[in-house]
Design a protein around this ligand. Sequence first.
Ligand SMILES: *Cc1c(COP(=O)(O)O)cnc(C)c1O
Length: 360
Amino acid sequence: MKKHYLLTPGPTPVPEEVVKTMAQPIIHHRTPEYRDIVKTVNENLKKIFKTENNVLTFTSSGTGAMEASVVNALSKGDTAIVVRGGKFGERFAEICVSYGVNVVPLDIEWGTELKPSLIEKALKENPNTRAVFTQLCETSTATVYDVRRIASVVEKTGAILIVDAISGLGADGFNMDEWGVDIAVGGSQKALMLPPGLSFCAVSKKAWSMIKQSSLPKYYHDFNKYEQLVDKGDSPWTPAITLVIGLEKALSMIMKEGVDKFVEGHAGDAEFVRKHIKDLGLELFSKSPSDAVTAVKVPEGVDAAKLISSLKSKGVMFAGGQARLKGKIFRIAHMGGITRRDLEFALDKLKETLGEQKWQ
Ligand SMILES: *Cc1c(COP(=O)(O)O)cnc(C)c1O
């Protein structure tokens, strides 16, 4: 089969070893064999999130865990500050509104950094805030936020900090416990090198005290049900056994390399892509670029849709812009199983395709 270069910010390529592991005959989940796998997965997930807290694993794409963080932590009428610097920030706000949470939107220009002083100001103006929602990497703009500094602001208040780290986890540095993040949300199809279908929430003690009082409706993603079983390697419902088995393999590959090395590798690849983009005379969109994905401004005279479809016909898949950025940017992911060689090949094809579109 011809190699297909899937350089999109989810899904990302799944390494062959992981694919092979998932191709094994299915096993039952209420067995010591499977529970041992889950226990190993849980310990390794803690190392990825950098936390002593339990990491709960759900069967859903990332949005399911985003919703879970809202319904498990909050009650109807609670006030939440929601950072909206792109499509995923908007998604958190939409979920909150769906459940009757009083949203204080914190709108920042798309593609710019999130200043901790803005969070500080919003918290002062809304002293009854129960939660602050933000991304680690806002994938729609390829922007990384300084979660460490944001956490140090939120930590001093009664509010909890809920971070959508779905695309950033494993690619942009993240340290849940040291930074003081209360709920960290992850997903399988980004840097963790799996197909879509698993999502994660790591939950702090401060968050648990709020979860105990939460009255929003929940059933399938009820944290309490998962928490009671997590140490036994069990889950309330049938888990996505195959994906969890794949996750054990993917995490063991990351552990072998070392979590910090794995993250540093992303920084190197991101720098490599950014340099090449600039060398091609192109401009980065984000003023605070993430190491998971790079957003590039579509140059004058180039049709973004044509560029992307032409690259796709050459086997290279980039993502376009979403919402208001449609036609204005394209995005190159460099996370998880995407290798330096893949990036070299893709950037070569980009240069070639831009040439064909008579740019320069
Ligand atoms: C991919 C992604 C999500 C989750 O999207 P799903 O399609 O539900 O997996 C959420 N937030 C961010 C920042 C993402 O990159």
